[in-house]
Design a protein around this ligand. Sequence first.
Ligand SMILES: [Fe+2]
Ligand SMILES: [Fe+2]
Length: 494
Amino acid sequence: MMRSRPFIPEHFTHLYGSVEYDGMDGVRRLRYNQLVGAMAAEQFLAFEEEVIYPAVAHLRRNAAHSQDHDFMWRIGRMMVEEREHARMFLGLLRSAMPSIYAHRDRHFTRLRPLERLVCAVCARTPPGNLVLMWLALVIEEHSVTLSKAMLVPVSGGLGVLDTDFVEVHRRHLLDEVRHLPLDELLIQRSFDRQPLWLRRLLARLFVAVLRDIATPKRAARRVISHLIHEFPDLAPRRKQLLRCTLQGRRAAPDCDIADLERHPRTARALSARSEFADLLHTIAPGGSSPAFEPLSHRTGRIAAILVLSPLASLGYWAVGAAVSSRTHPTGLLETALDRALPLMPPAILVYASLGAFLLVAAWGSSAKSCRRLIQASLTAMALSYACFIVWPVAVDRGGLPGTEPWHSLFAAVREMDPPHNSFPSLHVAYVTVALASKRWPWWVWAWGLSIIASTVLTRQHVVLDVAAGVALGVAAWLLAGRWPWSGRDREIRG
Ligand SMILES: [Fe+2]
Ligand SMILES: [Fe+2]
Protein backbone atom coordinates (compact mmCIF):
# COMPACT_ATOMS: atom_id res chain seq x y z
CA MET A 1 0.00 0.00 0.00
CA MET A 2 1.23 3.48 -0.85
CA ARG A 3 2.45 5.48 2.12
CA SER A 4 0.59 8.67 2.95
CA ARG A 5 3.39 10.93 4.16
CA PRO A 6 6.27 12.70 2.39
CA PHE A 7 9.73 11.10 2.51
CA ILE A 8 11.90 14.22 2.33
CA PRO A 9 11.53 17.97 3.14
CA GLU A 10 9.89 19.63 0.16
CA HIS A 11 12.69 22.14 -0.34
CA PHE A 12 15.07 19.23 -1.03
CA THR A 13 13.16 18.38 -4.23
CA HIS A 14 14.00 19.84 -7.62
CA LEU A 15 10.52 20.98 -8.59
CA TYR A 16 9.71 22.71 -5.29
CA GLY A 17 8.83 26.37 -5.81
CA SER A 18 8.35 26.00 -9.57
CA VAL A 19 5.19 26.79 -11.50
CA GLU A 20 4.89 23.12 -12.38
CA TYR A 21 4.95 22.12 -8.70
CA ASP A 22 2.39 24.73 -7.79
CA GLY A 23 0.18 23.43 -10.60
CA MET A 24 0.10 19.86 -9.23
CA ASP A 25 -2.51 18.66 -6.75
CA GLY A 26 -1.61 17.29 -3.31
CA VAL A 27 -1.65 13.61 -4.38
CA ARG A 28 0.80 14.20 -7.23
CA ARG A 29 3.05 16.42 -5.12
CA LEU A 30 3.16 13.78 -2.40
CA ARG A 31 4.09 11.04 -4.85
CA TYR A 32 6.74 13.24 -6.49
CA ASN A 33 8.17 13.92 -3.03
CA GLN A 34 8.23 10.20 -2.21
CA LEU A 35 10.00 9.37 -5.47
CA VAL A 36 12.65 12.06 -4.81
CA GLY A 37 13.04 10.78 -1.23
CA ALA A 38 13.59 7.26 -2.58
CA MET A 39 16.07 8.58 -5.16
CA ALA A 40 18.05 10.38 -2.43
CA ALA A 41 18.14 7.23 -0.27
CA GLU A 42 19.28 5.26 -3.33
CA GLN A 43 22.04 7.77 -3.99
CA PHE A 44 23.41 7.36 -0.46
CA LEU A 45 23.12 3.60 -0.80
CA ALA A 46 24.91 3.60 -4.16
CA PHE A 47 27.61 5.96 -3.00
CA GLU A 48 28.34 4.02 0.17
CA GLU A 49 28.50 0.69 -1.62
CA GLU A 50 30.38 1.71 -4.74
CA VAL A 51 32.56 4.58 -3.64
CA ILE A 52 33.14 5.04 0.08
CA TYR A 53 33.49 1.40 1.09
CA PRO A 54 35.97 0.25 -1.61
CA ALA A 55 37.97 3.52 -1.48
CA VAL A 56 38.31 3.46 2.31
CA ALA A 57 39.04 -0.29 2.26
CA HIS A 58 41.88 0.32 -0.18
CA LEU A 59 43.36 3.16 1.87
CA ARG A 60 43.05 1.04 5.02
CA ARG A 61 44.90 -1.87 3.40
CA ASN A 62 47.68 0.53 2.43
CA ALA A 63 47.91 1.77 6.02
CA ALA A 64 47.85 -1.76 7.46
CA HIS A 65 51.32 -1.29 8.92
CA SER A 66 50.25 1.93 10.68
CA GLN A 67 51.03 2.07 14.40
CA ASP A 68 48.07 4.38 14.95
CA HIS A 69 45.75 1.69 16.27
CA ASP A 70 43.02 4.13 17.23
CA PHE A 71 42.91 5.48 13.66
CA MET A 72 42.84 1.96 12.20
CA TRP A 73 40.08 0.94 14.59
CA ARG A 74 37.96 3.98 13.72
CA ILE A 75 38.39 3.36 9.99
CA GLY A 76 37.41 -0.28 10.46
CA ARG A 77 34.33 0.81 12.39
CA MET A 78 33.43 3.34 9.69
CA MET A 79 33.50 0.57 7.08
CA VAL A 80 31.24 -1.66 9.17
CA GLU A 81 28.84 1.27 9.62
CA GLU A 82 28.77 2.04 5.90
CA ARG A 83 27.79 -1.57 5.22
CA GLU A 84 25.06 -1.24 7.84
CA HIS A 85 23.84 2.04 6.28
CA ALA A 86 23.56 0.41 2.87
CA ARG A 87 21.47 -2.41 4.41
CA MET A 88 19.39 0.14 6.32
CA PHE A 89 18.58 2.27 3.26
CA LEU A 90 17.78 -0.80 1.15
CA GLY A 91 15.49 -2.18 3.85
CA LEU A 92 13.75 1.20 4.06
CA LEU A 93 13.22 1.35 0.28
CA ARG A 94 11.93 -2.23 0.15
CA SER A 95 9.39 -1.64 2.91
CA ALA A 96 8.32 1.82 1.68
CA MET A 97 8.12 1.05 -2.04
CA PRO A 98 7.87 -2.72 -2.55
CA SER A 99 6.42 -2.29 -6.04
CA ILE A 100 9.73 -0.74 -7.15
CA TYR A 101 12.36 -2.37 -4.95
CA ALA A 102 11.05 -5.87 -4.31
CA HIS A 103 13.34 -7.34 -6.99
CA ARG A 104 16.03 -4.69 -7.44
CA ASP A 105 18.32 -2.46 -5.41
CA ARG A 106 18.43 0.47 -7.81
CA HIS A 107 15.75 2.11 -9.84
CA PHE A 108 16.68 5.77 -10.30
CA THR A 109 20.45 5.65 -9.94
CA ARG A 110 21.40 2.83 -12.31
CA LEU A 111 24.91 3.34 -13.65
CA ARG A 112 25.90 2.56 -17.21
CA PRO A 113 28.33 -0.39 -17.46
CA LEU A 114 31.16 1.92 -18.48
CA GLU A 115 30.46 4.26 -15.54
CA ARG A 116 30.35 1.30 -13.15
CA LEU A 117 33.69 0.06 -14.48
CA VAL A 118 35.37 3.48 -14.16
CA CYS A 119 33.94 3.87 -10.66
CA ALA A 120 35.13 0.41 -9.57
CA VAL A 121 38.62 0.97 -11.00
CA CYS A 122 38.92 4.46 -9.45
CA ALA A 123 37.74 3.29 -6.03
CA ARG A 124 40.37 0.55 -5.94
CA THR A 125 43.38 2.26 -7.46
CA PRO A 126 45.38 5.34 -6.61
CA PRO A 127 45.23 8.14 -7.45
CA GLY A 128 41.54 7.72 -8.37
CA ASN A 129 40.57 6.85 -4.81
CA LEU A 130 42.10 10.10 -3.55
CA VAL A 131 39.54 12.00 -5.63
CA LEU A 132 36.86 9.76 -4.17
CA MET A 133 37.92 10.64 -0.62
CA TRP A 134 37.09 14.26 -1.38
CA LEU A 135 33.77 13.16 -2.80
CA ALA A 136 33.16 11.12 0.36
CA LEU A 137 33.65 14.25 2.46
CA VAL A 138 31.27 16.44 0.43
CA ILE A 139 28.58 13.77 0.02
CA GLU A 140 28.69 12.74 3.67
CA GLU A 141 28.40 16.39 4.66
CA HIS A 142 25.42 16.71 2.33
CA SER A 143 23.83 13.65 3.96
CA VAL A 144 24.32 15.30 7.37
CA THR A 145 22.66 18.50 6.10
CA LEU A 146 19.71 16.53 4.73
CA SER A 147 19.37 14.35 7.84
CA LYS A 148 19.35 17.43 10.10
CA ALA A 149 16.63 18.99 7.94
CA MET A 150 14.62 15.75 8.26
CA LEU A 151 14.56 16.19 12.05
CA VAL A 152 13.10 19.71 11.93
CA PRO A 153 9.35 19.58 12.71
CA VAL A 154 7.30 20.39 9.60
CA SER A 155 4.15 22.47 9.52
CA GLY A 156 2.09 23.17 6.42
CA GLY A 157 2.87 21.94 2.91
CA LEU A 158 2.74 18.16 2.59
CA GLY A 159 2.77 17.74 6.37
CA VAL A 160 4.79 15.55 8.72
CA LEU A 161 7.51 13.32 7.20
CA ASP A 162 7.24 9.52 7.10
CA THR A 163 8.48 8.25 10.47
CA ASP A 164 10.55 5.39 8.97
CA PHE A 165 12.46 7.81 6.72
CA VAL A 166 13.03 10.19 9.64
CA GLU A 167 14.28 7.35 11.83
CA VAL A 168 16.71 5.97 9.21
CA HIS A 169 18.11 9.46 8.54
CA ARG A 170 18.41 10.07 12.29
CA ARG A 171 20.46 6.91 12.72
CA HIS A 172 22.51 7.75 9.65
CA LEU A 173 23.20 11.22 11.05
CA LEU A 174 24.58 9.80 14.33
CA ASP A 175 27.27 7.88 12.43
CA GLU A 176 27.96 10.40 9.67
CA VAL A 177 28.87 13.23 12.04
CA ARG A 178 31.68 10.94 13.26
CA HIS A 179 32.69 10.05 9.70
CA LEU A 180 33.32 13.64 8.64
CA PRO A 181 36.50 14.15 10.75
CA LEU A 182 37.66 10.71 9.62
CA ASP A 183 37.21 11.69 5.97
CA GLU A 184 39.37 14.73 6.63
CA LEU A 185 41.97 12.60 8.37
CA LEU A 186 42.05 10.20 5.42
CA ILE A 187 42.52 13.16 3.08
CA GLN A 188 45.40 14.41 5.24
CA ARG A 189 47.09 11.02 5.29
CA SER A 190 46.65 10.20 1.61
CA PHE A 191 45.90 13.21 -0.58
CA ASP A 192 48.11 15.68 1.30
CA ARG A 193 51.13 13.39 1.03
CA GLN A 194 51.12 13.44 -2.77
CA PRO A 195 53.48 15.73 -4.70
CA LEU A 196 52.12 19.18 -5.52
CA TRP A 197 51.73 18.53 -9.27
CA LEU A 198 49.61 15.45 -8.57
CA ARG A 199 47.50 17.25 -5.95
CA ARG A 200 46.82 20.03 -8.49
CA LEU A 201 45.80 17.47 -11.10
CA LEU A 202 43.54 15.60 -8.66
CA ALA A 203 42.02 18.88 -7.44
CA ARG A 204 40.92 19.72 -11.00
CA LEU A 205 39.57 16.23 -11.50
CA PHE A 206 37.63 16.39 -8.22
CA VAL A 207 36.07 19.75 -9.08
CA ALA A 208 35.04 18.50 -12.54
CA VAL A 209 33.46 15.36 -11.08
CA LEU A 210 31.75 17.35 -8.32
CA ARG A 211 30.23 19.79 -10.81
CA ASP A 212 29.08 16.88 -12.93
CA ILE A 213 27.36 14.92 -10.17
CA ALA A 214 25.81 18.09 -8.70
CA THR A 215 23.97 18.80 -11.95
CA PRO A 216 20.58 17.05 -12.02
CA LYS A 217 20.58 14.48 -14.83
CA ARG A 218 19.41 10.93 -15.38
CA ALA A 219 18.18 10.04 -11.89
CA ALA A 220 16.07 13.22 -11.68
CA ARG A 221 14.77 12.54 -15.19
CA ARG A 222 13.78 9.00 -14.20
CA VAL A 223 11.83 10.39 -11.25
CA ILE A 224 9.73 12.44 -13.68
CA SER A 225 9.32 9.43 -16.01
CA HIS A 226 8.14 7.31 -13.10
CA LEU A 227 5.74 10.01 -11.91
CA ILE A 228 4.20 10.18 -15.39
CA HIS A 229 4.07 6.37 -15.47
CA GLU A 230 1.91 6.48 -12.33
CA PHE A 231 -0.06 9.57 -13.34
CA PRO A 232 -0.45 9.44 -17.13
CA ASP A 233 -2.48 12.68 -17.07
CA LEU A 234 0.86 14.46 -16.46
CA ALA A 235 2.27 13.19 -19.78
CA PRO A 236 1.40 16.40 -21.71
CA ARG A 237 3.47 18.32 -19.10
CA ARG A 238 6.55 16.05 -19.50
CA LYS A 239 8.62 18.66 -21.32
CA GLN A 240 7.90 21.39 -18.79
CA LEU A 241 8.46 19.04 -15.84
CA LEU A 242 11.80 17.95 -17.24
CA ARG A 243 12.81 21.53 -18.01
CA CYS A 244 12.09 22.58 -14.40
CA THR A 245 13.91 19.53 -13.05
CA LEU A 246 16.99 19.67 -15.23
CA GLN A 247 17.43 23.41 -15.56
CA GLY A 248 20.47 23.31 -13.34
CA ARG A 249 21.72 23.72 -9.84
CA ARG A 250 20.45 27.23 -9.20
CA ALA A 251 16.82 26.12 -9.32
CA ALA A 252 17.03 23.95 -6.18
CA PRO A 253 19.95 25.10 -4.02
CA ASP A 254 19.07 22.77 -1.12
CA CYS A 255 19.59 19.76 -3.41
CA ASP A 256 22.97 21.08 -4.54
CA ILE A 257 25.72 18.92 -3.05
CA ALA A 258 28.34 21.27 -4.48
CA ASP A 259 26.98 24.38 -2.79
CA LEU A 260 29.85 25.20 -0.46
CA GLU A 261 27.78 27.67 1.58
CA ARG A 262 25.66 24.73 2.70
CA HIS A 263 28.72 22.54 3.31
CA PRO A 264 31.04 24.65 5.49
CA ARG A 265 33.29 21.76 6.55
CA THR A 266 34.14 20.88 2.94
CA ALA A 267 34.49 24.59 2.14
CA ARG A 268 37.03 25.01 4.97
CA ALA A 269 39.00 21.91 3.92
CA LEU A 270 39.18 23.11 0.31
CA SER A 271 40.07 26.70 1.22
CA ALA A 272 42.94 25.49 3.41
CA ARG A 273 44.70 23.91 0.41
CA SER A 274 46.49 26.00 -2.16
CA GLU A 275 45.81 23.53 -5.00
CA PHE A 276 42.11 24.49 -4.84
CA ALA A 277 42.76 28.25 -4.61
CA ASP A 278 42.00 29.05 -8.24
CA LEU A 279 39.24 26.44 -8.47
CA LEU A 280 36.84 27.40 -5.68
CA HIS A 281 34.99 29.96 -7.79
CA THR A 282 34.43 27.34 -10.50
CA ILE A 283 32.48 25.07 -8.12
CA ALA A 284 29.54 27.49 -7.85
CA PRO A 285 26.73 27.00 -10.36
CA GLY A 286 27.50 29.12 -13.39
CA GLY A 287 31.21 29.34 -12.48
CA SER A 288 33.55 28.87 -15.40
CA SER A 289 34.62 25.27 -15.93
CA PRO A 290 37.94 23.85 -14.71
CA ALA A 291 40.38 22.21 -17.10
CA PHE A 292 38.96 18.70 -16.70
CA GLU A 293 35.41 18.34 -17.85
CA PRO A 294 32.87 15.52 -18.05
CA LEU A 295 32.55 13.44 -21.24
CA SER A 296 30.41 16.15 -22.79
CA HIS A 297 33.51 18.33 -23.09
CA ARG A 298 36.69 17.90 -25.10
CA THR A 299 39.14 17.17 -22.32
CA GLY A 300 36.65 14.71 -20.81
CA ARG A 301 36.55 12.83 -24.11
CA ILE A 302 40.33 12.70 -24.28
CA ALA A 303 40.45 11.50 -20.65
CA ALA A 304 37.93 8.74 -21.48
CA ILE A 305 40.10 7.47 -24.35
CA LEU A 306 43.23 7.65 -22.19
CA VAL A 307 41.53 5.66 -19.41
CA LEU A 308 40.08 3.04 -21.77
CA SER A 309 43.18 2.45 -23.91
CA PRO A 310 45.29 0.65 -21.28
CA LEU A 311 42.26 -1.45 -20.28
CA ALA A 312 41.72 -2.43 -23.93
CA SER A 313 45.44 -3.23 -24.37
CA LEU A 314 45.41 -5.36 -21.22
CA GLY A 315 42.45 -7.40 -22.52
CA TYR A 316 44.07 -7.74 -25.96
CA TRP A 317 47.29 -8.99 -24.46
CA ALA A 318 45.48 -11.39 -22.06
CA VAL A 319 43.43 -12.93 -24.90
CA GLY A 320 46.60 -13.34 -26.98
CA ALA A 321 48.40 -15.04 -24.10
CA ALA A 322 45.42 -17.32 -23.45
CA VAL A 323 45.19 -18.64 -27.03
CA SER A 324 48.90 -18.75 -27.86
CA SER A 325 49.15 -22.47 -27.10
CA ARG A 326 46.39 -23.54 -29.50
CA THR A 327 47.06 -21.50 -32.61
CA HIS A 328 45.82 -22.71 -35.97
CA PRO A 329 48.36 -23.17 -38.77
CA THR A 330 50.30 -19.97 -39.42
CA GLY A 331 49.52 -18.15 -42.65
CA LEU A 332 46.16 -19.89 -43.16
CA LEU A 333 44.53 -16.73 -44.55
CA GLU A 334 47.45 -15.55 -46.68
CA THR A 335 46.54 -14.84 -50.32
CA ALA A 336 48.54 -14.15 -53.50
CA LEU A 337 47.90 -10.43 -52.92
CA ASP A 338 49.63 -10.60 -49.53
CA ARG A 339 52.64 -12.30 -51.11
CA ALA A 340 52.76 -9.56 -53.78
CA LEU A 341 52.69 -6.68 -51.28
CA PRO A 342 56.12 -5.38 -50.22
CA LEU A 343 57.25 -5.00 -46.61
CA MET A 344 57.59 -1.24 -45.98
CA PRO A 345 59.42 -0.73 -42.66
CA PRO A 346 58.53 3.00 -42.23
CA ALA A 347 54.84 2.00 -42.25
CA ILE A 348 55.35 0.78 -38.68
CA LEU A 349 55.26 4.45 -37.59
CA VAL A 350 51.84 4.86 -39.18
CA TYR A 351 50.70 1.55 -37.65
CA ALA A 352 51.78 2.80 -34.21
CA SER A 353 49.91 6.09 -34.64
CA LEU A 354 46.51 4.48 -33.98
CA GLY A 355 46.36 5.86 -30.42
CA ALA A 356 47.04 9.41 -31.61
CA PHE A 357 44.45 8.95 -34.39
CA LEU A 358 41.76 7.93 -31.88
CA LEU A 359 42.63 10.90 -29.64
CA VAL A 360 42.23 13.24 -32.60
CA ALA A 361 38.88 11.58 -33.39
CA ALA A 362 37.72 12.05 -29.78
CA TRP A 363 38.92 15.66 -29.82
CA GLY A 364 37.20 16.50 -33.08
CA SER A 365 33.88 14.72 -32.62
CA SER A 366 30.80 15.90 -30.76
CA ALA A 367 29.91 14.49 -27.32
CA LYS A 368 27.21 12.32 -28.89
CA SER A 369 29.36 10.89 -31.68
CA CYS A 370 32.27 10.35 -29.27
CA ARG A 371 29.99 8.36 -26.98
CA ARG A 372 28.96 6.22 -29.94
CA LEU A 373 32.61 5.93 -31.01
CA ILE A 374 33.51 4.56 -27.57
CA GLN A 375 30.51 2.24 -27.52
CA ALA A 376 31.32 0.96 -31.02
CA SER A 377 35.00 0.45 -30.11
CA LEU A 378 34.00 -1.57 -27.03
CA THR A 379 31.58 -3.60 -29.17
CA ALA A 380 34.29 -4.25 -31.79
CA MET A 381 36.68 -5.20 -29.02
CA ALA A 382 34.26 -7.71 -27.45
CA LEU A 383 33.38 -9.30 -30.81
CA SER A 384 37.00 -9.55 -31.95
CA TYR A 385 38.15 -11.03 -28.61
CA ALA A 386 35.45 -13.70 -28.99
CA CYS A 387 36.73 -14.37 -32.53
CA PHE A 388 40.38 -14.56 -31.37
CA ILE A 389 39.41 -17.11 -28.74
CA VAL A 390 37.23 -19.22 -31.02
CA TRP A 391 39.49 -19.01 -34.07
CA PRO A 392 43.06 -18.00 -33.19
CA VAL A 393 44.67 -17.69 -36.62
CA ALA A 394 48.31 -16.62 -36.71
CA VAL A 395 49.92 -14.37 -39.32
CA ASP A 396 53.23 -15.36 -40.87
CA ARG A 397 55.04 -12.10 -40.20
CA GLY A 398 58.45 -13.20 -41.45
CA GLY A 399 61.69 -11.98 -39.89
CA LEU A 400 62.42 -8.52 -38.51
CA PRO A 401 63.88 -5.87 -40.86
CA GLY A 402 67.67 -5.94 -40.74
CA THR A 403 68.30 -2.20 -40.37
CA GLU A 404 67.80 0.14 -37.43
CA PRO A 405 65.68 1.82 -36.20
CA TRP A 406 63.11 -0.41 -37.95
CA HIS A 407 64.45 -3.59 -36.38
CA SER A 408 63.89 -2.28 -32.84
CA LEU A 409 60.55 -0.70 -33.67
CA PHE A 410 59.17 -3.89 -35.22
CA ALA A 411 60.49 -5.91 -32.29
CA ALA A 412 58.74 -3.60 -29.81
CA VAL A 413 55.41 -3.66 -31.67
CA ARG A 414 55.47 -7.45 -32.11
CA GLU A 415 56.29 -7.89 -28.45
CA MET A 416 53.01 -6.16 -27.52
CA ASP A 417 50.95 -7.52 -30.40
CA PRO A 418 50.69 -11.33 -30.45
CA PRO A 419 50.45 -12.82 -33.99
CA HIS A 420 47.33 -14.88 -33.21
CA ASN A 421 45.07 -11.86 -32.48
CA SER A 422 44.83 -11.22 -36.17
CA PHE A 423 41.42 -12.05 -37.64
CA PRO A 424 39.69 -9.58 -37.76
CA SER A 425 42.12 -6.66 -37.52
CA LEU A 426 41.17 -4.48 -34.51
CA HIS A 427 43.39 -1.68 -35.84
CA VAL A 428 41.19 -1.57 -38.93
CA ALA A 429 37.96 -1.89 -36.93
CA TYR A 430 38.88 1.06 -34.66
CA VAL A 431 39.82 3.23 -37.65
CA THR A 432 36.56 2.31 -39.43
CA VAL A 433 34.53 3.25 -36.35
CA ALA A 434 36.38 6.55 -35.97
CA LEU A 435 35.93 7.43 -39.66
CA ALA A 436 32.21 6.64 -39.39
CA SER A 437 31.72 8.95 -36.40
CA LYS A 438 31.46 12.20 -38.40
CA ARG A 439 32.28 13.95 -41.68
CA TRP A 440 36.05 14.29 -41.42
CA PRO A 441 38.35 16.51 -43.48
CA TRP A 442 40.50 14.82 -46.12
CA TRP A 443 43.63 14.59 -43.95
CA VAL A 444 41.84 12.53 -41.30
CA TRP A 445 40.63 10.15 -44.02
CA ALA A 446 44.16 9.98 -45.46
CA TRP A 447 45.58 9.25 -42.01
CA GLY A 448 42.95 6.58 -41.26
CA LEU A 449 43.37 4.85 -44.63
CA SER A 450 47.17 4.94 -44.19
CA ILE A 451 46.79 3.12 -40.87
CA ILE A 452 44.62 0.51 -42.59
CA ALA A 453 47.24 0.11 -45.36
CA SER A 454 50.03 -0.10 -42.79
CA THR A 455 48.52 -3.24 -41.28
CA VAL A 456 49.44 -5.22 -44.41
CA LEU A 457 52.56 -3.25 -45.40
CA THR A 458 54.11 -4.14 -42.02
CA ARG A 459 52.91 -7.78 -42.25
CA GLN A 460 51.04 -7.35 -39.00
CA HIS A 461 47.94 -8.54 -40.88
CA VAL A 462 46.83 -10.07 -44.16
CA VAL A 463 44.26 -8.63 -46.57
CA LEU A 464 41.45 -10.88 -45.31
CA ASP A 465 42.04 -9.56 -41.74
CA VAL A 466 41.59 -6.05 -43.13
CA ALA A 467 38.35 -6.91 -44.93
CA ALA A 468 37.00 -8.55 -41.78
CA GLY A 469 38.16 -5.52 -39.73
CA VAL A 470 36.18 -3.11 -41.93
CA ALA A 471 33.10 -5.35 -41.67
CA LEU A 472 33.54 -5.55 -37.89
CA GLY A 473 33.91 -1.76 -37.61
CA VAL A 474 30.74 -1.14 -39.64
CA ALA A 475 28.78 -3.76 -37.66
CA ALA A 476 30.03 -2.34 -34.33
CA TRP A 477 29.05 1.20 -35.40
CA LEU A 478 25.54 0.07 -36.31
CA LEU A 479 25.18 -2.00 -33.14
CA ALA A 480 26.41 0.89 -30.96
CA GLY A 481 23.46 2.98 -32.14
CA ARG A 482 21.23 0.30 -30.67
CA TRP A 483 22.79 0.06 -27.23
CA PRO A 484 19.83 0.34 -24.82
CA TRP A 485 21.61 3.11 -22.89
CA SER A 486 22.86 4.95 -25.96
CA GLY A 487 20.02 7.41 -26.13
CA ARG A 488 16.88 7.99 -24.13
CA ASP A 489 16.22 6.44 -20.75
CA ARG A 490 14.87 2.96 -20.74
CA GLU A 491 11.14 2.57 -20.39
CA ILE A 492 9.93 2.60 -16.85
CA ARG A 493 8.46 -0.72 -15.88
CA GLY A 494 6.12 -0.71 -12.91
FE1 LIG B 1 26.71 6.30 5.58
FE1 LIG C 1 29.75 7.64 6.27
